[in-house]
Design a protein around this ligand. Structure first.
Ligand code: F6P
Length: 324
């Protein structure tokens, strides 16, 4: 396999640090004499032929920027084989002979299919704030999203304490517990509700009242958004109607996805981008960059095509113990 021109795209939800990975891919490839073709708006843009030639300065001054300069999308079309065939035809016509995909498990499934159905060389880089991909301890953007949410909860705690209030603070994570758990532990939350938890309202009320009885002036309940964002309002209504307990709702939403990446996201993304290019040049495909035992390394892409909500589950008891 000779690689002369690498295509690169971002797919799924953006995450802070994606730009660091793009920069590392472009700079590593060019330093090795390889061309890089940027593909805009993910698989949807690929199907529309939205290509841009990347050079050293197209990735200048982006290391500190959130979002992705290539933009991204969720592409339901790409789940169909006919569209994947079209995508490979477009890539080959453009003389792109390998693809780096930055995204989550869904994006990696698309990449895996390109390899299985058309032997198109692919390498994945895990980028999602959810940190929920199998066989990697880390996905680019997680720490930045957590830091953003922590800062927001700290502010909410100030006002909650001043007024002796209870707040339900909803963080992202449709299927992932990672943000809720880490934010909950780091902000001293009184309770953490995970995405698929059946809410035990009685327990919430008992915990809040126990805290008040021992002199607490505020309660923070961190709620992972779960399948339908806004579930905090349902909880708020039950607490009010059935238990006469007033709680305020703060939904942090997409501010968690934006912003300048923290050091870990920059550092890991830089290593991953570099390693992804080296893997392609070594013919190590289909593969993916992962973090295992704290080190960035390569593994088979098939290991990372499913969701895994394991990375922070072990800490679910910690917040509860520390918030009594
Ligand atoms: O990228 C992951 C994620 O931020 C989830 O935590 C969240 O549930 C979802 O994306 C929101 O997606 P969208 O921006 O498409 O509404």
């Amino acid at each position: 396999m000779t690689v002369k021109n690498i295509g690169i795209l971002c797919s799924g939800g953006d995450s802070p640090g994606m730009n660091c990975a793009i920069r590392a891919v472009v700079r590593t490839a060019i330093s090795r004499g390889i061309q890089v073709t940027g593909i805009k708006r993910g698989y949807a843009g690929l199907l529309r032929g939205e290509f841009m030639q990347m050079n050293l300065s197209s990735v200048g001054n982006i290391i500190q920027r959130g979002g992705t300069i290539l933009q991204t999308s969720r592409s339901p079309e790409f789940q169909k084989a006919e569209f994947r065939k079209k995508a490979v035809d477009i890539l080959r016509a453009q003389h792109v002979d390998a693809l780096i995909v930055i995204g989550g498990d869904g994006s990696f499934n698309g990449a895996m299919a390109l390899w299985k159905e058309h032997q198109f060389p692919v390498v994945g880089i895990p980028g999602t704030i959810d940190n929920d991909i199998s066989n990697t301890e880390y996905t680019i953007g997680f720490n930045t999203a957590v830091q953003t949410a922590i800062e927001a909860v700290d502010r909410i705690r100030d006002t909650a304490h001043s007024h002796a209030r209870t707040f339900l603070v909803e963080v992202m994570g449709r299927n992932s517990s990672a943000i809720a758990l880490k934010v909950g532990v780091c902000t001293g939350a009184e309770n953490i509700l995970l995405p698929h938890d059946k809410v035990n309202h009685q327990k919430l009320v008992d915990d809040i009242n126990r805290g008040i009885a021992r002199g607490k002036e505020s309660s923070i309940i961190v709620v992972a958004e779960g399948p339908v964002a806004g579930r905090s309002y349902d909880i708020q209504h039950v607490l009010k109607d059935m238990y006469h307990l007033d709680a305020h709702v703060a939904i942090l939403g997409h501010i968690q996805r934006g912003g300048s990446p923290v050091a870990d996201d920059r550092f890991i993304a830089s290593q991953m981008g570099n390693m992804a290019v080296e893997a392609l040049l070594a013919g190590n495909v289909p593969s993916v960059t992962v973090v295992q035992k704290g080190k960035v390394l390569m593994t088979d892409l098939a290991n990372c095509t499913t969701k895994a909500d394991h990375n922070y589950i072990e800490y679910s008891g910690l917040a509860e113990t520390l918030s009594i």
